[in-house]
Design a protein. Structure first.
Lengths: 870, 106
């Protein structure tokens, strides 16, 4: 028989070879080969081949189960060894896990928040096709103003004129409405007047009531679940009567499922829009007044841009000649409103996408730092274990095994880090929720993709970090390693330097950014806004009877010793003033839209708020002519109107917000009455005691605040007994406007702190490694007489190189980022070089401390011991 | 006492019988002679593996031959542990079989 027949079929051979290891293959395929050979002779080829295949197939299950058992055994072994290694280097492992888990926790928290913010309004079934109409008015300084309010007829007209608009509805929100049921009286802020079409556009769920019919009756009201419980407890609210402002009675016709928190507007009560006309007396029928919100549903397949392009034609057709042809409509997609929309007259303060990007950037940075750290420490550590590896190789460990071992350790650490990180998230979530004022949960069902991402990253890091020692170190010849020849190859050193430098750079950037943001925020807080904002108590008078007697109230309040002076006005600064068209006798083009805010005030207003008059005079009782009407304009107004000698000119108030005429008696120095990222806009104060009867601004001495408040409460309740007493400090109103900014600034600081903390941990580990490596060197130097501080300097020298490099990179980057961010603020802090120095020094300082710690240890170690270190 | 499985017992006995010539193919032959049944290699390797892990037999490397396509043989040799385990079984067997004259024929 020729040689070919001696061998078992090639494929079978190949299968066995793949499944078995060398020895097993030899034995088993050899045995089979032998019998096959015999069978060839006795039974012939066909039978032999048949037998052969039967044997192979029978062997396969056993082989596979053996392999599995072997793998498990091997895995358990590695696990044991890995755990032993980890516990042997407890500090290092702890530092690593701590750093990694802190980074993970910070990252997860940020991502939870970001994801939540992106989820706003997405629960509506047709969310992708819902749009809001906003208006654009040309601004007379630069650019334009965007305004979320639209006019009454818009919604219906859009449905009539454009087939792309399936349905459209309008609504308006009212706050500070007194709702009562029997003895239960509450001031409610989420009262909505809405067209029934709202239910067609949005997916608000009615627990009771038919969306088509529920708002038919003009005096019907829908209340939310929470309100049902608040006013009626467990009783059925349907059919019951709620009193609105003590004037109107509404019957509960429907119950609304609580509007989810992640909505850009929410309401507790819904009243038919037609009733709004009755109550307010405003017909909302002209195209000029724009205070309502209009939302509509776009037909499937229709393009919003095309529709937007058609809208100016609408203006031309219906606009009764008032307003300017440059005025435009814009469409905002629903899902973008919460993060991208910051126009005038938003329903609620929205978030800002820029901050979200910032936070995401921080999250990414934190994870990078944590991972860099980990890899750094692992690589550094692996050098130390070079000897161990050398010995093991000599004793016969295969490279494959060592590689697997290192990976095993790497993964165990990273997975521990991940688990602990999740635990930290769980621990800190309540605090974080309070901080960002959201109700985030770590329920994996909702946020599984975040966890998967992070898990993926962690595994990747484990892979990367483990691969360096695994592949690189184990490749060295044992003898080289044992002789201590591995102090770090060039390639390894470069990698390490890059990692450390980038870590420093990132930390510096974060420190600088945090400082700048904090400065900006406190700058805004402390900036002289041109007003007194402290010690002013503001009260809203609901009761018309009280309003009629406002003079009496003011007199009686002023008599109290705790109270300095009292002013009254129609509106409060920072809160809901309206713009009207500036007007004066002889105005050339009456339709020339010059927007100017208006507030009707009394004589004391300027004094209470400490507003400076830059020319002319304040309102004064000494001038009888004031009583029939007088104006104070601010400097911005004068600029806009381009009046050369404003003082003494006649001026007018006309239109929906009132009638009046008089002279301009003085000019006010510009003061802030709006969020400070906007320029100061024109405002006029009109002396009109009769209209200035809604708000009281009470300036108190400030010595005994509670006593003053008590007195105020008793007085107000005397005149307005039906309404619960509510007050706000003017400073609070001001602060509230900046709350979002402040909160986000705080978030930035906290997370920057985390990032820096993690970076420091890494630094600690790294410096320990460096110190240990140079123990011998230090020992020798000490023996030769080097002093302690020389040693510290020596150790620090290496770090300083990194830090300088890091600074060079980070300073321009930080400057660029902060500049861009500050561009959004009309009033901003200066970025001075001092800031950068501070950032650099902070990092140097921290680095020095960690290095010194180890230097001290190294220097104190007895020379003998360190020389013995071999 | 830990009793091994029947196949393991058969293995050990066969290995003892074959003395220095106990390897996969010869073991299979011997079993065929003694029991009349042809075992597949899979069912031989399985108990052999177990016995090796338990320490009752040890594996020794042998020479490659052309009939094996140039691959080595691996011989099996019983250890002292294996011998005493076998004797344990024998003793247990005798105990089990005693006192039942109908079948045991004694």
């Amino acid at each position: 028989m020729d040689k070919a027949d001696n061998k078992i079929p090639g494929i079978g051979n190949w299968i066995l070879k793949k499944l078995l290891n060398e020895d097993e293959f030899s034995e088993k395929s050899g045995d089979i080969n032998e019998v096959y050979f015999q069978l060839l002779a006795t039974d012939g080829k066909i039978n032999a081949v048949l037998w052969f295949w039967r044997e192979v197939l029978k062997n396969i299950p056993m082989i596979i189960s053996n392999k599995i058992a072997a793998s498990i055994a091997m895995f358990k072994d590695y696990l044991k060894i890995a755990v032993r290694n980890i516990t042997r280097n407890r500090i290092y492992s702890l530092l690593n896990i701590l750093g990694l888990s802190t980074g993970i926790a910070g990252c997860i928290l940020i991502l939870l928040y970001v994801k939540y913010e992106f989820s706003f309004d997405t629960y509506h079934e047709n969310a992708d096709r819902i749009y809001r109409v906003i208006m654009e008015f040309p601004d007379y300084y630069e650019g334009t103003n965007l305004w979320a309010g639209t006019c009454g007829p818009l919604a219906k007209t859009m449905v009539e004129e454009y087939p792309e608009v399936v349905t459209a509805g309008r609504f308006e929100m009212m706050d500070e409405v007194l709702i009562s049921y029997g003895s239960k009286k509450f001031m409610e802020n989420l009262v909505m007047f809405a067209d029934p079409e709202i239910f067609e556009v949005f997916s608000f769920e009615l627990l009771e009531g038919d969306p088509v019919k529920v708002l038919e009756d003009p005096y019907s009201i829908i209340i939310s679940e929470d309100m049902a419980e608040k006013y009626f407890g467990n009783a059925d609210p349907l059919g019951k009567i709620l009193s609105f402002k003590m004037e109107y009675d509404f019957t509960v016709k429907g119950i609304l499922k609580n509007v989810p928190e992640n909505s850009h507007f929410r309401m507790d009560f819904i009243i038919p829009f037609q009733t709004h006309k009755t109550i307010s007396g405003v017909p909302f029928s002209n195209w000029y007044q724009s205070g309502l919100y209009t939302y509509f549903l776009l037909r499937e397949g229709a393009q919003p841009d095309e529709l937007e392009a058609k809208l100016p034609a609408l203006l031309n057709k219906y606009w009764d000649g008032r307003g300017k042809p440059e005025d435009k409509f814009h469409l905002q997609p629903l899902k973008k409103i919460h993060l991208h929309s910051n126009v005038l007259r938003e329903i609620q303060t929205n978030n800002d996408i820029r901050y979200i990007w910032l936070l995401i950037a921080i999250a990414v940075l934190i994870i990078f730092i944590a991972c860099f750290n980990y890899m750094n420490l692992a690589t550094a550590r692996s050098f130390q274990r070079a000897k161990e590896i050398g010995v093991r190789k000599i004793v016969g460990a295969q490279r494959k095994q060592l590689v697997r071992q290192f990976f095993g350790e790497s993964y165990i650490l990273t997975i521990c880090g991940f688990v602990f990180g999740v635990f930290l998230v769980y621990l800190f979530l309540p605090a974080f929720n309070g901080f960002v004022e959201r109700e985030l949960s770590i329920n994996p069902a909702n946020f599984s993709d975040i966890y998967l991402w992070i898990l993926g990253i962690i595994l990747l890091v484990g892979l990367l970090a483990g691969s360096y020692p695994a592949f690189f170190i184990t490749s060295f010849k044992p003898i080289v390693v044992l002789r201590g020849g591995i102090k770090g190859s060039a390639g390894g050193k470069i990698l390490r330097n890059v990692l450390v430098t980038s870590k420093f750079a990132v930390s510096i950037i974060l420190i600088i950014c945090t400082i700048v943001i904090q400065k900006q925020i406190s700058y805004i807080k402390d900036k002289d806004i041109g007003l007194d904002k402290d010690r002013i108590v503001t009260i809203f008078l609901h009761d018309n009877q009280a309003r009629d007697k406002i003079d009496v109230i003011k007199d009686e309040l002023t008599q109290n010793t705790d109270i300095l002076s009292v002013a009254s006005s129609r509106h409060l600064l920072f809160k809901g003033m309206s713009q009207i068209n500036a007007d004066w006798p002889g105005k050339a083009d009456k339709d020339d839209f010059l927007p100017i805010y208006i507030n009707q005030v009394d004589h004391n207003f300027i004094e209470v708020y400490g507003i400076e008059i830059s020319s002319g005079r304040n309102f004064s009782k000494d001038f009888a002519s004031d009583a029939s009407g007088a104006f104070l304009l601010n400097e911005s107004a004068v600029k806009m109107l381009d009046f050369e000698n404003p003082v003494g000119r006649d001026f007018l108030v006309s239109g929906h917000f009132g009638q009046g005429e008089g002279k301009i008696v003085g000019i006010m120095k510009d003061f802030h009455f709006q969020p400070m990222n906007l320029e100061i806009e024109p405002i006029q104060l009109f002396l009109d005691e009769k209209s200035a009867n809604r708000y009281l601004s009470i300036k108190i001495k400030g010595e005994n605040v509670s006593r003053a408040l008590e007195f105020i409460e008793s007085k107000i309740s005397e005149f307005s007994p039906d309404y619960p007493f509510e007050y706000t400090f003017f400073g609070e109103i001001f602060d509230r406007v900046y709350k979002t900014d402040q909160k986000l600034g705080q978030i930035m600081s906290v997370f920057s702190g985390i990032a820096i903390f993690v970076a420091c941990l890494g630094l600690l580990g790294l410096s320990s490694f460096t110190a240990e490596q140079r123990m011998k060197e230090i020992g020798i130097r000490k023996a030769l007489g080097a002093s302690f501080d020389r040693i510290v300097i020596l150790l620090s020298k290496e770090f300083s190189k990194w830090i300088i490099a890091a600074n060079i990179i980070s300073i321009p980057v930080a400057y660029f980022i902060m500049n861009r961010w500050l561009e959004n603020y009309a009033y901003r802090v200066e970025i001075t070089p001092v800031l950068f120095l501070f950032g650099a020094f902070a990092v140097i300082f921290i680095a020095l401390i960690t290095v010194s710690f180890h230097s001290v240890r190294a220097a104190i170690t007895k020379t003998v011991n360190s020389l013995r270190y071999e | 006492m830990n009793l091994m499985s029947r196949s393991e017992e058969i293995m050990l006995l066969t290995i003892l019988k074959l003395k220095e010539n106990a390897y996969g193919v010869s073991i299979r032959e011997q079993i065929k002679n003694d029991s009349g049944k042809e075992w597949s290699f899979a069912s031989i390797y399985q108990p052999l593996d177990k016995l090796t892990r338990k320490g009752f037999v040890r594996k020794l490397k042998g020479e490659p031959t052309p009939e094996r396509g140039g691959k080595r043989k691996y011989y099996y040799e019983i250890t002292e542990q294996g011998k005493s385990a076998l004797l344990d079984i024998k003793k247990a067997s005798e105990n089990f079989w005693s006192g039942i004259p109908e079948i045991a024929g004694k």
